[in-house]
Design a protein around this ligand. Structure first.
Ligand SMILES: Cc1cc2nc3c(=O)[nH]c(=O)nc-3n(C[C@H](O)[C@H](O)[C@H](O)COP(=O)(O)OP(=O)(O)OC[C@H]3O[C@@H](n4cnc5c(N)ncnc54)[C@H](O)[C@@H]3O)c2cc1C
Ligand SMILES: *[C@@H]1O[C@H](CO)[C@@H](O)[C@H](O)[C@H]1NC(C)=O
Ligand SMILES: *[C@@H]1O[C@H](CO)[C@@H](O)[C@H](O)[C@H]1NC(C)=O
Ligand SMILES: *[C@@H]1O[C@H](CO)[C@@H](O)[C@H](O)[C@H]1NC(C)=O
Ligand SMILES: *[C@@H]1O[C@H](CO)[C@@H](O)[C@H](O)[C@H]1NC(C)=O
Ligand SMILES: *[C@@H]1O[C@H](CO)[C@@H](O)[C@H](O)[C@H]1NC(C)=O
Ligand SMILES: *[C@@H]1O[C@H](CO)[C@@H](O)[C@H](O)[C@H]1NC(C)=O
Length: 535
């Protein structure tokens, strides 16, 4: 921690926060003024007025700053615990100061990049009071085409990364998720699956360096942090280990022309057979093809008001349309893919296509706003194809309420080449595909909330016989607190195993060892963080 000079804004801060000082009935409440006072002493002398980078609930802009990257309305409810202080640093030294002062004042810290955490853990804490460091201003993308690498800051979105690459080159891309508003910080530290994952693996498989602020306020790059910690932050979740500032990635070659298609088939159009069959071919296709499958409710043609199920077969092929049609005829003739179903385009246009912005100018990727929605998701991995009876349960249950979806994401290709222990992301060997179960709604109120939460928990229970077991594997980036949470305070290895084995399998042990080494007092913690417990 650099020693920093007293700030000239100290008196101003006391004025600003005097209301919180006066309303201090217990020792807990003194943490907030202590934190603010510490910040005013340790924020470096910069040209940026610190008052503009710190928000308490008294500030009229607090709510808009909090909501700017709050993806899930489930965590915007009045009773959701909110940060007592939001810090939006512009400089690394300000992040160091926030970590230092959080520790000094005993006010726990949360770090937010894109705010897409499924359980809101980047901006919600169920521990009394807390501070949130929001990396909204840390979003530069620095692409070096000659070296074939790029540095991207954690607060950037996937859209900003893709856009940044496309402004410099049309022969390189990167492997990461489909939704452009997802943040780099959470996505990269939890895995990162996208339309090129069968060709190039996950985001974590293509990271070559990173810089973070550790529990002591030190800035560490890969060399300084060592291979254990560098391993841990590529899939173990960043929140347990520090504040990750930026990542260096390997740019990945893409052809100038790629091909995409979407083929929809309802159950009445042989959909059930196709969905069942997909499980046998999707992980074995040429690795230049990724054929994803969305299963949703659709209106039946057999009568007004009747529902059916639709499979949407959505593909990216790193090559030309003629060849794709040929490959699909060989591997999956049942789908009946035709040349006219296929569209040739550049890689960046395919990013727009999969994001639902087909034909839009690529600048739309820089848009960080999204539709407000309540949402709950869960995940599974499938090692043996699900029987037709098992799939019938999915079709039936998807039609029970509105807003439901199952997304099947194929593995194989490069994903099958990487060992389970190469990164903390342990779901590789034997995995045919990942399932994302989801339900979203817009209507306010408890009734709607309970309906959707009950539905997805019932679906999860019903599908148990058909998916991976011992442990039932789950994807960290589709975080699910139903799997279990850390007890307050001391968490033993056994206790944390209840949820952690779903995400990490055997890699949990090594994550705990790394945690013990780099953060033995468990400063960086949340409801599902790696405990520094004895194994
Ligand atoms: C609409 C939507 C679409 C998605 N699509 C995909 C997809 O196609 N593929 C896929 O793999 N996943 C996908 N995801 C899941 C997504 O990858 C995760 O939710 C991811 O963790 C989000 O990252 P974030 O930075 O936006 O989240 P945040 O909520 O900001 O952070 C998530 C977690 O990481 C921690 N964290 C964030 N930044 C840092 C940092 N700099 N240092 C340390 N810890 C940090 C947070 O504290 C929190 O615990 C999607 C999610 C949503 C909501
Ligand atoms: C802060 O920086 C400015 C400009 O660099 C300088 O003039 C000023 O003296 C500094 N103040 C303190 C308290 O260090
Ligand atoms: C709130 O934000 C607006 C616009 O950015 C700014 O002009 C104003 O000074 C801010 N108000 C406070 C209290 O920070
Ligand atoms: C396929 O179905 C989806 C979801 O209903 C729809 O948005 C899309 O336009 C359809 N695509 C084609 C090519 O029919
Ligand atoms: C079915 O049709 C109705 C009426 O046209 C429409 O409101 C509804 O959104 C459709 N449902 C689906 C799943 O497409
Ligand atoms: C950004 O996205 C939001 C939500 O989809 C939309 O309402 C808005 O018009 C978009 N803004 C721009 C500049 O495209
Ligand atoms: C946690 O509990 C274990 C076993 O009860 C004990 O040995 C350990 O010291 C405790 N750790 C902390 C930090 O309290």
């Amino acid at each position: 921690m650099k020693t920093l000079m007293a700030s000239p804004w100290l008196p101003l801060l006391f004025l600003l926060f005097s209301t919180s000082l006066m309303a201090a009935p217990s020792h807990h409440h003194s943490r907030v003024p202590n934190f603010l006072q510490c910040l005013s002493l340790h924020f470096p002398n910069s040209t940026n007025s610190i008052a503009k980078l710190i928000y308490t609930p008294h500030n009229s802009n607090y709510t808009s700053v909090l909501k700017a990257s709050l993806r899930n309305q489930r965590f915007a409810l009045p009773h959701t615990p909110k940060p007592k202080v939001i810090v939006t640093p512009l400089e690394v030294s300000q992040i160091q100061a926030a970590v230092y002062c959080s520790k000094e004042s005993g006010l726990p810290i949360r770090v937010r990049s894109g705010g897409h955490d499924y359980e809101g853990l980047s901006y919600v804490s169920y521990e009394s009071q807390f501070v949130m460091v929001d990396l909204i201003n840390f979003r530069s993308v620095d692409v070096n085409v000659e070296k074939g690498t790029a540095w991207v800051q954690s607060g950037a979105t996937l859209g900003e990364l893709y856009y940044g690459i496309s402004q410099k080159t049309n022969t390189y891309g990167f492997t990461a998720g489909v939704c452009p508003t997802v943040g780099i910080g959470g996505h990269f530290s939890g895995g990162g699956y996208g339309m090129m994952s069968r060709k190039y693996g996950l985001s974590v498989d293509n990271i070559i360096d990173a810089r973070l602020v550790d529990v002591n306020g030190k800035i560490l790059d890969r060399k300084a942090m060592g291979e254990d910690l560098f391993w841990a932050i590529r899939g173990g979740g960043g929140a347990s280990f520090g504040v990750i500032l930026e990542w260096q990635i390997k740019l990945l070659p893409v052809p100038e022309t790629v091909t995409v298609f979407t083929v929809n088939r309802t159950l009445e159009q042989n959909g059930a057979k196709l969905i069942h069959r997909w499980q046998y071919i999707a992980d074995k296709l040429d690795e230049n093809i990724l054929l994803r499958l969305f299963i949703t409710t659709a209106n039946s043609s057999s009568g007004f008001g009747k529902l059916t199920t639709q499979g949407s077969f959505v593909a990216l092929y790193l090559g030309r349309a003629e060849k794709l049609v040929e490959l699909m005829k060989e591997s999956f003739p049942e789908l009946g893919l035709e040349r006219q179903d296929c569209f040739e385009m550049s890689w960046i246009e395919s990013i727009l296509y999969f994001a639902g912005f087909d034909g839009y100018p690529r600048e739309i990727l820089l848009n960080r706003t999204y539709d407000l929605m309540y949402f709950k998701g869960k995940s599974d991995y499938v090692l043996t194809p699900i029987s037709e009876e098992g799939l019938e349960i999915v079709y039936k249950m998807l039609n029970e309420i509105d807003g439901t979806q199952a997304l099947f994401s194929p593995f194989g290709g490069e994903l099958a080449e990487i060992s389970d222990s190469a990164t903390p992301y342990a779901h590789r060997s034997g995995v045919i595909y990942n399932i994302h179960w989801g339900t979203g709604w817009k209507q306010e109120g408890r009734e709607e909330y309970v309906k959707h939460m009950k539905w997805i928990r019932r679906l999860y229970k019903a599908m148990e016989p058909y998916v991976s077991k011992n442990p039932r594997q789950a994807y960290l980036n589709y975080r699910d607190l139903d799997l279990g949470v850390n007890n307050k305070g001391n968490t033993s290895y056994e206790q944390a195993s209840t949820w952690a084995l779903h995400y990490y399998k055997d890699n949990f042990k090594r994550l705990v060892e790394v945690k013990r080494k780099v953060d033995p007092r468990n400063f960086f913690r949340n409801e599902q963080s790696i405990p520094p417990a004895a194994v």
